[in-house]
Design a protein around this ligand. Structure first.
Ligand SMILES: [Zn+2]
Ligand SMILES: [Zn+2]
Length: 266
């Protein structure tokens, strides 16, 4: 059994050389979920040896370019590689018009189904139920319609009874902290959280609906998470050590996301 998250991009909105924008792969026993698809995600997938052909489920948190601009390149490459199996894209409802535009102008070679499942819930909602693997989406507190995700591995009972939550990974980006957040990710083994800023930019973080590393740590502590992964770093920080230090003052089990680095929960 393997249950892990690999980060492909740690940057926030502004493109910078040597760092990529949000994209992550959750691997649950060989079943892959791509979470967000920033520019260049397909190159990062190749670099870290993750096969595009195994990506059936893509979760898009919101329609800001740093989480989305890589999706159409990725879909085009899948078509060029002769993909026939369907792709399921869980994304906010307005993604449908972007997909329509892509297919109208660049969809000639696309021989596989692209299914858009719109995210629109006001609270936690189960969006994927595959035997022992369940995925929930829940709204974030961002500038536009945005969703977090919780991916749960259930242990199936040997005989009768309900499956129990065994391990879980949650993804909260982009967001400012909000009242129900810790409740919705309570007890997760690993929490990936928006940590765009350090304390020096706390006011700015609130204004643009992002979090500081310390705020991410407060959510992790309140939720009783096992481990916190900080990511989505502002380009103004050249050394992310300050973010890590501020988070660890609140929640010692905090770690920096690094491109290509995998955190395992099993
Ligand atoms: Zn972002
Ligand atoms: Zn955003």
């Amino acid at each position: 059994m393997n249950f892990s998250i690999t980060t492909l991009g740690t940057a926030s909105a502004k493109p910078i050389v040597g760092q990529h924008q949000s994209a992550h792969v959750v691997n649950m026993h060989g079943r892959l979920f791509l979470i967000d698809c920033g520019e260049g995600a397909q190159f990062q997938l190749s670099k870290y040896g993750i096969s595009k052909s195994r990506l059936d489920n893509i979760l898009i948190s919101h329609l800001h370019g740093d989480h989305l601009f890589g999706i159409f390149g990725l879909l085009s490459t899948m078509a060029m590689e002769g993909r026939v199996s369907p792709v399921y894209i869980y994304a906010p409802k307005d993604f449908s018009s972007l997909l329509k535009f892509f297919l109208a102008h660049f969809g000639e070679g696309v021989k596989f189904e692209i299914n858009h499942i719109p995210l629109k819930s006001k609270g936690p909602e189960e969006i994927i139920n595959l035997h022992n693997c369940h995925v929930w989406a829940f709204p974030m507190n961002h500038m536009i319609d945005c969703y977090g995700f919780k991916i749960i591995y259930h242990k199936m009972p040997r005989h009768e009874g309900q499956p129990e939550v065994y391990k879980s990974i949650a993804y909260c980006s982009d967001t400012a902290p909000f009242e129900s957040e810790a409740e919705w990710v309570r007890g997760v083994d690993l929490l990936y959280h928006d940590s765009t800023y350090a304390d020096d930019n706390e006011a700015l973080a609130g204004k643009v609906h992002h979090s500081t590393a310390r705020q991410a740590a407060q959510v992790a502590a309140e939720a009783g998470a096992g481990k916190l992964i900080l990511g989505h770093f502002s380009s103004r920080y050249k050394d992310f050590g300050v973010l890590l230090a501020e988070a660890r003052e609140v929640f010692p089990e905090s770690y920096l996301a690094q491109e290509g680095k995998t955190f395992e929960v099993i």
